[in-house]
Design a protein around this ligand. Structure first.
Ligand SMILES: [Zn+2]
Length: 215
């Protein structure tokens, strides 16, 4: 399939928004990192949302068509949630938004999580910690860490500071955690530099125009 070796983009400072950014146009051509099952598996590994051993176990047990079907569900989830975020970013979420989040609650119902005691490093206040683990028995279970990231986004993130990059053709979203909340770009490498170059060109052009007028 149309599998993209380019690394996925993780600039959102919030995993739920990184998921929305799994389709983007970093250069000229749009890339969908979860355009098929193999892409989804690879994106989840890059996002560190599913342990590598769990991905390997699923790969050994299921076929490409199974993963392609889940990737299609993931893309539908992504575009549904993108509409939710784009409509509400820039202001705090309200309790009344819960109705609109019903599809996410339906998905969270299917999650299979359990706790596991693990030993802490010596010298800490406690010898043990309780870690949340997830069972990955089916390809559909790959949607669960994504659902969890989206749920955490609506619970923990102040939507006042959820922003879209100001790059004219950029679709990337991010949570602005900078002091003063002055972040404007997905990243300097992608859109910040592009904007700087454009501003520089404009200044040159304006200066040339002024010289022309002076003559
Ligand atoms: Zn951008």
């Amino acid at each position: 399939m149309d599998y993209q070796p380019l690394p996925a983009i993780f600039v959102a400072d919030a995993p739920g928004l990184d998921f929305l950014n799994s389709v983007a146009t970093p250069v000229d051509e749009p890339i969908d990192w979860i355009g098929d099952g193999e892409g989804l598996l690879d994106w989840l590994e890059q996002a560190q949302m599913v342990p590598r051993e769990a991905l390997a176990a699923l790969r050994a047990q299921f076929g490409q068509a199974d993963f392609d079907a889940v990737a299609a569900q993931a893309r539908a989830l992504r575009e549904w949630f993108r509409a939710f975020v784009r409509e509400r970013k820039g202001q705090p979420l309200r309790a009344a938004d819960l109705d609109a989040l019903e599809p996410l609650n339906r998905l969270l119902e299917r999650d299979e999580q359990h706790g596991e005691l693990v030993a802490n490093a010596p010298g800490g206040a406690s010898s043990f910690a309780l870690h949340a683990r997830r069972r990955h028995k089916t390809p559909e279970s790959l949607l669960m860490p994504i659902a969890e990231a989206l749920a955490k986004l609506v619970c923990d993130e102040d939507f006042t500071h959820v922003k879209a990059c100001e790059g004219p053709r950029c679709t990337l979203l991010f949570a602005d955690h900078t002091r003063g909340h002055a972040r404007r770009w997905c990243s300097m490498a992608i859109c910040g530099n592009r904007a700087k170059v454009a501003a520089h060109r404009k200044r040159l052009k304006d200066a040339q125009a002024q010289e022309g007028d002076a003559r």
